[in-house]
Design a binder for this molecule. Structure first.
Ligand code: ATP
Ligand code: MG
Length: 267
């Protein structure tokens, strides 16, 4: 059971087993927007695709100590933390090696609590928020995130089938609550890739609000080409073009998150 109190870092797993819904884009840009208003952020990339690491321009060859070492070999988290181009935002990178975790830890009794154990490190107390960028699967990696986190944030792509699979995610969260992490809450849903020229987007957003109520953030992330271009320039959209609609939306999302958490922005 997590004994972490709210005075230390608030840990958010950005999760949805559906692929390509905006998990990584949200982790990177929400993290950057929170750092921009003075919050200290640690982003944990636990996806073997390593998209969050690449999005910050961290070359795979420079990922010397990664979440693989942390989760599988028990390397201290402090050794795996790297600074990014965003002041106040640090990252623990991932590489493709992580994809073997199921095979490597299959029978290990501590397999689901590895990340939580690693995060018991006092270094976590030097951050305000930890964002965990999960892979598109309800596998052992996502399970580790759910066991380590307080909150689950679910990006929902404003496309057909968006709500499918949410029941499964809810059930998984409920199971983790009942077993390893009673404090876990699926407490936010972010609508992503909203296209205002497309009626389907509006329909999906309306359905999500009807079914999920207050879980859904008021802020909607539009479909915006700057958000998709930024990773190829190895930087968050907020650095690449901070005036773009996507960047502005993530800044609003950060402000809304802080309001929800009564985390007052200093004037
Ligand atoms: P995976 O499940 O593979 O980890 P993901 O859920 O992390 O994917 P992203 O990688 O964030 O999703 O986004 C998928 C693709 O869509 C990426 O190419 C990204 O640049 C693009 N994208 C994400 N959000 C937006 C947006 N709001 N507007 C335009 N493109 C976007
Ligand atoms: Mg991703």
């Amino acid at each position: 059971m997590s004994d972490r109190d709210e005075a230390s870092a608030h840990i958010i797993a950005v999760a949805n087993q559906k692929g390509g819904v905006g998990k990584t884009t949200t982790a990177i840009n929400l993290g950057t927007a929170l750092a921009a208003v003075g919050r200290r952020i640690l982003l944990l990339d636990i996806d073997p695709q390593g998209n969050a690491s690449t999005g910050f321009g961290i070359d795979p060859r420079d990922r010397k100590v990664t979440n693989y070492d942390v989760l599988i070999d028990g390397a201290p988290l402090t050794q795996a933390i790297v600074a990014t181009s965003v002041p106040g935002l640090d990252l623990v990178p991932a590489t493709i090696d992580l994809s073997s975790i199921d095979m490597e830890l299959g029978r290990d009794r501590s397999r689901a609590i590895r990340l939580r154990q690693a995060m018991q490190s006092s270094v976590i107390d030097s951050y305000d928020y930890v964002l965990i960028d999960c892979p598109p699967s309800l596998n052992l990696l996502t399970l580790n995130a759910l066991v380590a986190a307080r909150s689950v944030m679910v990006p929902l792509q404003c496309e057909f089938y968006a709500l499918e699979g949410l029941t499964q995610l809810h059930n998984t969260v409920a199971q983790v609550q009942q077993s390893l992490n009673p404090a876990l809450r699926l407490d936010s849903v972010v609508l992503t890739m909203y296209d205002r020229r497309n009626n389907l987007s509006a329909q999906v957003a309306a359905d999500a609000r009807k079914n999920l109520g207050d879980l859904v953030f008021e802020t909607i992330i539009p479909r915006n080409v700057r958000l998709s271009e930024a990773p190829s320039h190895a930087m968050p959209a907020l650095l690449y073009d901070h005036t773009s609609a996507g960047s502005v939306a993530y800044q609003k999302l950060a402000a809304e998150l802080l309001r929800r958490r009564n985390d007052v922005i200093a004037a």
